[in-house]
Design a protein around this ligand. Structure first.
Ligand SMILES: [Fe+2]
Ligand SMILES: [Fe+2]
Length: 260
């Protein structure tokens, strides 16, 4: 059995502190073999830097996935090509810097394929995530029994539809992007662990990570507003997924919500 942990969107300094204070203990106590985290909001709420990428790896994260905020810190363009443990949605147009998937090894040398896709409903107009998945899957299946997808998307329908499309082919389907954890975790009939959204690892008293007063004012005035990451205590959202390494089928999926 292989035990994975997928951490929901890490937002700013409170999110990074939540990872620092929760992850090493979780990995040890729950015997986690491999950790994936969405890092698209890790730097000041938008994007990621080289320094923060390194920081997150030191806390025990093995692979960082991204989303619509991937390019917000422009320096990422310079290092994403050389950092195979940082991936962005695979359905960006051909020629985009970086990769949308990777093959990695657990501590016990079990291969894991991880890929990242973005939805298209209320999201940037990228290539079709269904067809992108169908292109990438044979490459991963050639080498790995265990495959995890981070599907970074807004619409619940798009997430559920893609999950059924990929059931039988992947071990775990983790939705991200909404920053709100859903309570619909389950194993699909074909053996894929599923959750619509893993949630957010970031400031607790906030509107999906942003200072609540700023978001309320934006809704009231409809004027442009510079958003700032909220301060205060954190929440840590993740899912733990157990997978049979012989079949690649998921055995269980468990939500984790820790608070400061
Ligand atoms: Fe996010
Ligand atoms: Fe996002």
């Amino acid at each position: 059995m292989i035990r994975l942990l997928m951490i929901g969107d890490i937002v700013g300094r409170p999110g990074r502190r939540a990872v620092k204070e929760n992850l090493p203990g979780l990995v040890q106590e729950q015997k986690i073999d491999f950790v994936i985290a969405n890092g698209e909001n890790a730097a000041g709420g938008n994007g990621i830097t080289r320094e923060i990428t390194r920081e997150l790896f030191t806390y025990g994260i093995d692979v960082i996935t991204m989303g619509n905020h991937v390019w917000n810190k422009r320096e990422v363009i310079n290092f994403i090509e050389n950092e195979s443990r940082l991936i962005r949605p695979a359905n960006y147009p051909p020629g985009t810097p970086g990769k949308g998937y990777g093959i990695y090894n657990t501590k016990n040398n079990v291969k894991i394929g991880v890929f990242n896709l973005s939805g298209r409903i209320f999201m940037p107009d990228l290539d079709c995530p269904f067809r992108s998945a169908a292109t990438i899957l044979p490459l991963l299946k050639e080498e790995c029994k265990i495959i995890l997808l981070d599907f970074h998307a807004e619409a619940t329908s798009e997430k559920i539809a893609l999950a059924y499309y990929l059931d039988n082919d992947i071990s775990a389907f983790c939705g991200t992007h909404t920053h709100v954890q859903t309570a619909d975790e389950r194993i699909l009939p074909g053996g894929t662990a599923y959750i619509t959204d893993v949630g957010m690892t970031g400031p607790y008293e906030s509107v999906i990570g942003v200072k609540k007063e700023l978001v309320i004012e934006k809704f009231l005035t409809q004027m442009p507003k510079r958003f700032e990451v909220a301060a205060g205590t954190y929440q840590f959202n993740a899912v733990r997924i157990d997978i049979d390494e012989q079949t690649g089928n998921a055995l269980s999926i468990t939500r984790i919500q820790n608070y400061e």
